[in-house]
Design a protein around this ligand. Structure first.
Ligand code: UDP
Length: 328
């Protein structure tokens, strides 16, 4: 039985990865410090003999007894509001955390995949973004703590590959959505759906002309799995190239939820990328991967999930007014 460590196991992506690797017959060791993760996302796994959980901060030395075949480093705060609330932890998990994972991979002779991000492209001057683009990142802006940690993470991962011969993989993840996203993480999809469910107006930041490209979580997990099992070491974009403006996205959510509320405009956060769309040529060629789930289908599943949450979760949402310093 393959033994696989997943950091950030109680998070949105980490928990879906735990499900997938369990399904593939692995013994999964989930690790999370539960700062942004939630045990509810993985509580269905605790009864399984091939799942164990370590409540541990990966920025501190990691000890895992026994052999390890794979390590997936998915621990990190991952929304602009989180970076603002916990900037130092964001930097530490992307630097000290990956250093520990790579050291562990080296002693265990395990293969590592790291969760990188479209944020390494910053506010991009190249559109759509392919993997050869080096990006346009502001190191000292509010997103710098995340973007630069992820860029450092890619650099140290390549260094462990070339210097220590560790088997490494780098996935650059574009905006992803699905069940188990945190309703209060400030990201646009949970924000809009939460607002619709509470009967509030939908808050568009800026004029809504900025674009994003949303990938359903099952598609993303499939891409990650294929990349880990491949022998490709350079970064690979995994995301859905179907691009949409935030205004159009608000319209889709209004239609989906049937809300009678209106759209209101708020100031645009500092360094908010104007456009984002993955070029997935590399993923298509190397992994034979492309997304399968349409936004209509994926949004419906996600909406059903958010609707099923209890009121105390629905009303425990981030108040954007707290984060004025984040805005221009
Ligand atoms: N956004 C918005 N209203 C919200 C939350 C976000 O208009 O209530 C915008 C945000 O400014 C950005 C886009 O939606 O342009 C996606 O934001 P998100 O935080 O989901 O992800 P990221 O900016 O990291 O892609």
């Amino acid at each position: 039985m393959k033994r696989t460590l997943i950091t950030g196991a109680a998070g949105f992506l980490g928990s879906h990865l735990c499900d997938r690797f369990i399904k593939e017959g692995h013994h999964v060791i989930g690790m999370d410090n539960l700062i942004t993760g939630d045990l509810k996302n993985i509580e269905h796994l605790f009864k399984l003999p091939n799942f164990e959980f370590y409540h541990h901060d990966v920025s501190k030395f990691i000890h895992v007894p026994g052999e390890l075949d794979y390590i997936l480093h998915f621990a990190s705060p991952a929304s602009p509001i989180d970076y603002l609330k916990i900037p130092i932890q964001t930097l530490k998990v992307g630097s000290l955390g990956i250093h520990n994972c790579l050291g562990l991979a080296r002693v265990k002779n395990a293969r590592v995949i790291i969760a990188s991000t479209s944020e390494v492209y910053g506010d991009p001057h190249v559109h759509p973004q392919d993997e050869d683009y080096w990006g346009n990142v502001n190191p000292v802006g509010p997103r710098g703590v995340y973007d630069e940690a992820k860029r450092f993470q890619e650099a140290i991962t390549m260094a462990y590959h070339t210097y220590h011969n560790v088997a490494t993989r780098i996935v650059r993840i574009f905006n992803t959505y699905g069940p188990r996203m945190r309703l209060n993480d400030g990201r646009v999809l949970p924000a809009f759906i939460g607002q619709a469910l509470r009967g509030e107006d939908l808050t568009i930041f800026g004029d809504g002309s900025q674009t994003r490209s949303f990938c359903y979580v099952d598609d993303l997990v499939e891409g990650i799995y294929r990349l880990l099992m491949s022998d490709y070491v350079q970064p690979v974009n995994v995301g859905n190239p179907s691009e949409i403006t935030i205004s159009q996205f608000a319209e889709e959510i209004i239609k989906l939820t049937g809300t009678t509320q209106k759209v209101v405009y708020k100031s645009l956060p500092t360094d908010d990328p104007k456009q984002r769309k993955p070029d997935i040529t590399r993923a298509r060629q190397i992994l034979g991967w492309e997304p399968k789930v349409s936004r209509e289908e994926g949004l419906k599943i996600t909406y059903d999930y958010f609707k099923s949450l209890p009121d105390e979760v629905l009303y425990n949402y981030a108040d954007h007014r707290e984060f004025d310093s984040f805005k221009k």
